[in-house]
Write a protein that binds this ligand. Structure first.
Ligand SMILES: *[C@@H]1O[C@H](CO)[C@@H](O)[C@H](O)[C@H]1NC(C)=O
Ligand SMILES: *[C@@H]1O[C@H](CO)[C@@H](O)[C@H](O)[C@H]1NC(C)=O
Ligand SMILES: *[C@@H]1O[C@H](CO)[C@@H](O)[C@H](O)[C@H]1NC(C)=O
Ligand SMILES: *[C@@H]1O[C@H](CO)[C@@H](O)[C@H](O)[C@H]1NC(C)=O
Length: 487
């Protein structure tokens, strides 16, 4: 009997180990603003292989939804900002949207939609108020349509908001003094009350990287989770990182409008690896190591200690077509490169292991041909104009100050730009000419720091549905059975 009990205990322990804590609860943003997006099936496979069971989308792309169906991965589907006006104006259109994008997938073996994101950071100050009057009506129409469709009890509409919708006054810059931004405080109060009425969460995107990027005086260590920064003392509560401080500023703002216990989902959080002096692999690794350790431990924040926080990392892969209006780093948020290869060691389970993520499988590349400056080109007077042209249609952000390919000579710059364009154009013959300034080459011009990439080709073949986690658990179980047999 004791033996059996011991064996059972061991089994439970193994089961707990196999389902790594944290990983189970962790969400991932899947953005697709890329010239060569990974095939949806490869993306879903990479999510499964890495034990990720929640995903946040930026639309309801049919191929993505199809790839997700039957997987049990929980989905935050999304409505882009440019659709908000229609949905705000017309409840019928909201009903129709729910029918075509939610009900359609809502069956056994379909897509496990849990949330509908209404807009994406619609109150960003840089939008000049464009979405101020339409976001709340759109939210109401969508949630009401979900309720009318009979799914409102399990599918909640929410609005992923930028953390600039709340702040603490300059005169009292501590989290507990957090309030919604004065220009939208009435609107935010209405939204919070509506979310509360429908048991929907508040969704916020929190970016310690941006705190650092936007202010040269920001203390570097305060962006991370490993101490070192002078703590911010909030009535005796010591804040040692900006993530906690920011989250708790929101908690205070919610409390001030009577909903201090509203569930908060962190819709985006992450660290980019190129395009700025602070956007680098070593910092990303440090940031995620600290964040994931705390998430796995359900550490919570000072205002909400010892609890699970629902978090979606931003993001899964690099997106070479993202707008660089906020900064060159925008195209480098991926924990995986554009081709689904991991960039640095990362333990999603938050156990601090020095492991690499499982890469995307079955990715096919274009031939190993690059485009570079023609060494025999004589007249370089049109070089600048040709580089500009290439960089208008391809991603040259790694060339900028503080980036991986910064500091090359003119020839290096030109080659980088020409190659980026040539790859975006799928290595078409006439995409490597540039008025005679460029030539294809089979010699890789990459340096230790700077990758001249080869783009991915066509659709990838994906085989095998068994996840690495399941395989590992299987091996352990087998070992356990052998152990018991010897007992
Ligand atoms: C917001 O206003 C600024 C300054 O007037 C302008 O440069 C920018 O393009 C505007 N942005 C949008 C999204 O309308
Ligand atoms: C939003 O509504 C207010 C009040 O009706 C109005 O003054 C403002 O111009 C509107 N903003 C936009 C962008 O439509
Ligand atoms: C290379 O390109 C970068 C980014 O456009 C620029 O800052 C740098 O001055 C260029 N270097 C040379 C030598 O042209
Ligand atoms: C360049 O790409 C290769 C894979 O092709 C990768 O192993 C390497 O880490 C990359 N280097 C940089 C600096 O990104």
């Amino acid at each position: 009997m004791a033996r059996l009990a011991a064996a059972l205990l061991l089994l439970v322990a193994v089961a707990c180990w196999a389902v790594a804590p944290g990983a189970e609860a962790l969400g991932m943003n899947w953005g697709t603003q890329a010239s060569h997006p990974l095939p949806p099936k490869a993306v879903v496979q990479v999510l499964r292989d890495n034990g990720i069971k929640k995903v946040k989308l930026f639309d309801t792309d049919f191929a993505a939804m199809s790839a997700l169906s039957g997987t049990g991965i929980e989905v935050m589907a999304a409505i882009p900002n440019n659709m908000l006006a229609d949905l705000a104006d017309d409840a019928g259109k909201a009903k129709d949207w729910v029918k075509r994008n939610v009900k359609r997938y809502d069956f056994d073996g379909g897509v496990t939609i849990k949330y509908v994101a209404v807009g994406n950071e619609p109150f960003l100050q840089s939008y000049n108020g464009t979405f101020i009057n339409i976001t709340f009506p759109a939210l109401q129409n969508i949630q009401n349509a979900l309720n009318d469709a009979g799914v409102g009890d399990r599918i909640k509409a929410t609005v992923p908001l930028n953390a600039d919708v709340y702040n603490s006054p300059d005169s009292h810059p501590v989290p507990s003094a957090g309030r919604f931004r004065p220009d939208i405080s009435g609107l935010m109060t209405d939204i919070v009350k509506f979310l509360a009425k429908n048991n929907a969460p508040f969704t916020v995107n929190i970016y310690p990287f941006l705190s650092l990027y936007l202010s040269d005086n920001f203390p570097l260590d305060y962006a991370f989770f490993d101490g070192g920064a002078t703590p911010v003392n909030d009535n005796g509560v010591l804040y040692t990182n900006v993530f906690d401080a920011n989250f708790d500023t929101l908690v205070a703002a919610l409390r001030a409008v009577g909903h201090g216990d509203m569930p908060v989902v962190v819709g985006e959080v992450g660290w980019p690896t190129d395009g700025d002096k602070h956007a680098k692999v070593s910092y990303a690794q440090r940031f995620y190591a600290g964040l994931l350790r705390r998430l796995a431990a359900n550490a919570g924040t000072p205002a909400r200690p010892n609890q699970y926080i629902e978090v979606y990392l931003f993001g899964l892969v690099d997106e070479d077509l993202k707008s660089v209006a906020p900064g060159n780093f925008e195209r480098h948020w991926g924990i995986l490169r554009y081709d689904g290869q991991p960039k640095y060691p990362m333990d999603l389970a938050g156990q601090g292991r020095n492991t690499m993520l499982v890469p995307a499988k079955g990715i096919k590349y274009l031939p190993k041909t690059w485009c570079a400056l023609n060494p025999n080109a004589k007249d370089l007077s049109k070089l600048g104009a040709n580089i500009d042209y290439a960089c208008t249609f391809a991603d040259c952000t790694p060339l900028g100050y503080g980036s991986t390919c910064n500091g090359m000579d003119t020839a290096g710059n030109a080659s980088y730009a020409f190659n980026a364009y040539y790859q975006v154009q799928n290595q078409k013959d006439d995409a490597c000419d540039f008025q005679g300034l460029a030539l294809p080459t089979e010699t890789d011009p990459s340096t230790a720091a700077c990758n001249f990439t080869i783009q991915i080709a066509g659709a990838a073949a994906v085989h095998g549905r068994r996840s690495a986690g399941a395989a590992a658990a299987g091996v352990v179980l087998l070992a356990l059975l052998q152990l018991l047999a010897l007992w």
